[in-house]
Design a protein around this ligand. Sequence first.
Ligand code: C2E
Ligand code: MG
Ligand code: MG
Ligand code: MG
Length: 276
Amino acid sequence: RAKLHGPGSCSFHDSKLDQEAVNRFRIMQDFSDAFSQNEFELHFQPQLNMATGALMGVEALIRWNNLNGSVSPDYFIPIAEQSVYIHELGRLVACKTCEFIQQLDAKGYTDITVSINYSVRQFEHSNVISALHEQCALAGISPSRICVEVTETAIMTSHNRVSTLLEQHRKAGGSVSIDDFGTGMSSLEYLFELPVDQLKIDQVFVTKLTADDKSVALSNMIIELSKRLGISVIAEGVETKEQADWLVKHGCELGQGWLYSKALPPEALIDWLAQR
Ligand code: C2E
Ligand code: MG
Ligand code: MG
Ligand code: MG
């Protein structure tokens, strides 16, 4: 047994782990079909000024509808990250984002920015931002229409490389937001040097506003921090009027969440805009 599994390996049988591995293996196999069968869609969630109701931008969120129904990105992105598929996915998201911006432009919505999510592995490719900008150029779109969202954890994992890439995007006129802020372990020292324009209060804190003291304290801290840094702050996962009111009152005017709209397919989002 030791010979078979090597030293230090775990020899007991865990059927739950096996099932996990099988599921992940299936997902990996399904990826290649997913691209050829066009099973990925990009949906967009409005980001508003909660005080005035003005639309600031939208966040692009990937959707995968396969034969068994829809698979959550929280589940398949980490699996895609273990293969080259994550890069193919990134290209698809960039491409669909540019298409959507063209659609917006055609309807006269020329100042709406689109936020795109990037994960750690995507930033391992030193040309990821160049590739995005090439797509923009092909589509006749300015990179200033795109906000790059990256999580705190991704930044801390490889601070220098990520910083360089974020800086590249900003030099081209684009903006940068730190996603899921407050859940990672960012060092304040790094924060002051980072090329970012926005902090995004994670929805775990927003959800517990205004009942949980810790969430209230952390949200207040993040809002205060953004003011000190001279950058903007946005709340995600705003579901109730009470949460929105608290945020506005405490200096966070920007927000997104089901209170306003879920992420919608491109055509539905354009209808949503037209009806306002
Ligand atoms: P995220 O970027 O932090 O996105 C926020 C998640 O919260 C989204 O889940 C969104 O649909 C959901 N959400 C928005 N408003 C509300 C609300 O009011 N209440 C609740 N309960 N949830 C809300 P989603 O779309 O399932 O995405 C999950 C995560 O997957 C994202 O977290 C992001 O990290 C990742 N992801 C999504 N699309 C992409 C992509 O194109 N590329 C990469 N690399 N990651 C992506
Ligand atoms: Mg995000
Ligand atoms: Mg988030
Ligand atoms: Mg998240």
